[in-house]
Write a protein that binds this ligand. Sequence first.
Ligand code: NAG
Ligand code: NAG
Ligand code: NAG
Ligand code: NAG
Ligand code: NAG
Ligand code: NAG
Ligand code: NAG
Ligand code: NAG
Ligand code: NAG
Ligand code: NAG
Length: 723
Amino acid sequence: MADPPIFSFFCTSIVVLSLLRQSSAANTLSPVQSIREGETLVSPGRKFELGFFSPGSSKNSFLGIWFVATPETVVWVANRNSPLTDSNGTLEISNAGELVLLNRSNSVVWSTNSTKVLGNPVAQLLDSGNLVLRERNSSDSADYSWQSFDYPSDTMLVGMTLGWNFRTGLEHYLTSWRSTDDPSPGDYTFRYKINGLPQLEISRNGSGKVYRTGPWNGFGFGAVSKEPSTAGAPISVYNRTDAYFAFETLGDNITLRSPLSTDGIVQGLMWMSGSTKWYMIYSLPYDPCDSYRCCGANGVCRVNQSPRCLCLQGFMPKSQEEWDTHDLTGGCKRTVPLNCTRGEGFMKLSQVKLPDLVDFQLFKNMSLEECKVECLKNCSCAAYANSDIRGPGCLMWFGDLIDIREINIVGYDQYLFLRLPASELGSSHGLSKKLVTIAVGSAISGLLIVGTAMSIIWKRRTKSQGLPSEMDDIDLPLYDFASIAVATNHFSQTNKLGAGGFGSVYKGTLSTGQEVAVKRLSKYSGQGPDEFMNEVILIARLQHRNLVGLVGCCIEGEERMLIYEYMPNKSLDCFIFDHDRNSFLAWKRRFDIVLGIARGLLYLHRDSKLRVIHRDLKTSNILLDADLNPKISDFGLARIFRGDDTEEETRRVVGTYGYMSPEYAFDGKFSVKSDVFSFGVLLLEIVSSKRNRGFQHPDHHHNLLGHVSGMAAMERRQGHGTH
Ligand SMILES: *[C@@H]1O[C@H](CO)[C@@H](O)[C@H](O)[C@H]1NC(C)=O
Ligand SMILES: *[C@@H]1O[C@H](CO)[C@@H](O)[C@H](O)[C@H]1NC(C)=O
Ligand SMILES: *[C@@H]1O[C@H](CO)[C@@H](O)[C@H](O)[C@H]1NC(C)=O
Ligand SMILES: *[C@@H]1O[C@H](CO)[C@@H](O)[C@H](O)[C@H]1NC(C)=O
Ligand SMILES: *[C@@H]1O[C@H](CO)[C@@H](O)[C@H](O)[C@H]1NC(C)=O
Ligand SMILES: *[C@@H]1O[C@H](CO)[C@@H](O)[C@H](O)[C@H]1NC(C)=O
Ligand SMILES: *[C@@H]1O[C@H](CO)[C@@H](O)[C@H](O)[C@H]1NC(C)=O
Ligand SMILES: *[C@@H]1O[C@H](CO)[C@@H](O)[C@H](O)[C@H]1NC(C)=O
Ligand SMILES: *[C@@H]1O[C@H](CO)[C@@H](O)[C@H](O)[C@H]1NC(C)=O
Ligand SMILES: *[C@@H]1O[C@H](CO)[C@@H](O)[C@H](O)[C@H]1NC(C)=O
């Protein structure tokens, strides 16, 4: 008779062997199973994969989780501090119910450390990218005995929180990799800091804070537009049990990740299922003014201005030398010290990032008026502000004001009230006064505002260390579906401006009062995620008075929308092919329209930084503004030519028949000449008020183009005859 233990041993081995063979498809790991080099766990929706990897040129092996579609995108590493020096690691569940990583000599090199003892443990990789250890019979997240989301590496994912769990005393924060070859903790951290009000901060070991957002103001971190125009809106929770920052999900088909690079840059990256690359939606810090304390105490940083640093109104550089060289690192001091005398008051500064919370007081219940009174009472109160733009809340600063910068965000209305002696109030003081007016009025050119997972924050083109080099960034606000639904009266029929194969266009009014045209792409438009992003990025980068301006875009679940400036006169075809309105277009008007289109086209082909072939130039894609200025629209099919390329071939001929050049329609060859051909057709249509296709002539069956070239040929022949 077989000895029971041996029998059961054999049974187990057979089970292990058969399970091992399937382990690459599994998303759970049981105590009898293990994962070795080359084997992986894949999440149910095939989004994330857990296994062993060696980063870059490293010979060491690590257990990690990566994104299935881009396996080089590692989002979590287990044994950051204890690399396996050979490829003989094994992951399994120990007798104690913990996940353990063993090296060749079966020594534990990494292990989970859960507080809960499980009866029947199982490890599972979820579609969120979270590796959890739980009771087999319960998938309730409250029953996880351990989860990787509690131990972030350098990447934040949707569902993960950054901050504190006061019950467990655990802080979640990101730590950069040491280098792209070495996932061990590097110099930079990205944390949710709670000091009165929460702020996000990037710090460098040894040199402290390198970047901070503004304090959380009820909508976002500091400089946030009041418009709820944020896709993946930020969530900030701060109560007795929890204090954290998280992203809201954008739906199953959109993945957001936010890595902290080895050189201390936090980026927001978006992936849509079906796309081929990650799109950057923000990058922090973005510009030189984001660098912490760049203008010293009481200085203000202004991007793209010279000098970049100025002293606040009522302040002057601490040293005369700096005053002369405009090097303000030493900071500024008050021209006239405050002494609580009569007449002291406040100057309202708008469009500035609030000073850092160094020496400050917060009164959550105090109104702005009470705040002012309280600040005046204390001689060392230098400034105050509303701490929560949704209601009451008073922030007061004492002493020096640190890390103030100019911003430019439409609708941003969190003001800084700067205390000044009577002599400085209402007087005009050269540079400092100018700052205030600049700060209120002008745009920071070259900077684009991005509504993001962290609300509106600045992004910058990075040295792209560790990032795919072809990665594109989105240079404009992302709106969430709800705010666009409200703007368009829930896509009501009365708001509908038109429809086509791509979907429908609706008129909308944003909460700022701006009128927009919302192009809601149909699910059947055939426009994949990359085509959509192609259009978004293209239009955002192209800026010309004869090109339609993009206000923002919306991506949520399967929804794809482009938000354009509103053109009250619709498209050119509504004019020239309409019997009544046609007469409204005098020759001069038509000439101006043709000229405008030509200018727009010249910009696309020659004058913009990119060489763009529109590929679908036609009357319905020429929109007219209130003054009948033409604007080229619809860049869904446009192509960018790089460098010296002048001609390309495509197997997929897209565009509109009647406007396509023959070599494009038949051979798929396109170049700037294809657009010029379409422009020619447009020109004929504008002059004749007749459609190229649909043109009828009693003598022949040619289209308008054929008719005109026939006439031209005839004229040439007659010309020869007479001469
Ligand atoms: C270690 O890994 C190598 C290559 O993966 C393999 O050839 C070798 O048999 C493994 N050794 C042990 C003890 O598992
Ligand atoms: C396995 O890990 C133990 C403890 O970290 C270490 O002493 C041993 O040298 C390692 N063995 C191998 C083959 O790496
Ligand atoms: C596991 O946790 C306990 C207390 O929670 C701690 O004392 C111990 O050092 C931890 N061990 C490891 C390996 O992290
Ligand atoms: C799961 O199983 C454990 C014992 O293994 C038991 O104590 C627990 O009540 C079960 N939970 C559920 C939800 O069935
Ligand atoms: C900071 O750097 C020093 C020296 O490189 C190192 O000893 C220390 O552990 C680091 N501290 C942190 C928190 O990383
Ligand atoms: C703190 O906020 C979290 C998330 O909203 C909530 O689950 C928790 O119950 C709150 N705690 C208290 C004490 O209000
Ligand atoms: C306070 O400062 C003002 C100038 O702002 C000065 O005229 C006044 O004499 C000062 N008062 C005291 C008590 O120092
Ligand atoms: C703030 O005001 C609310 C309502 O006016 C009151 O219920 C609450 O107790 C106040 N909190 C503090 C800390 O004064
Ligand atoms: C003014 O505020 C500072 C900082 O909070 C405090 O230390 C000081 O006592 C206050 N002075 C008065 C007169 O209230
Ligand atoms: C995600 O995409 C799949 C296939 O493209 C589709 O069936 C599913 O409905 C989408 N889910 C969401 C939430 O949009």
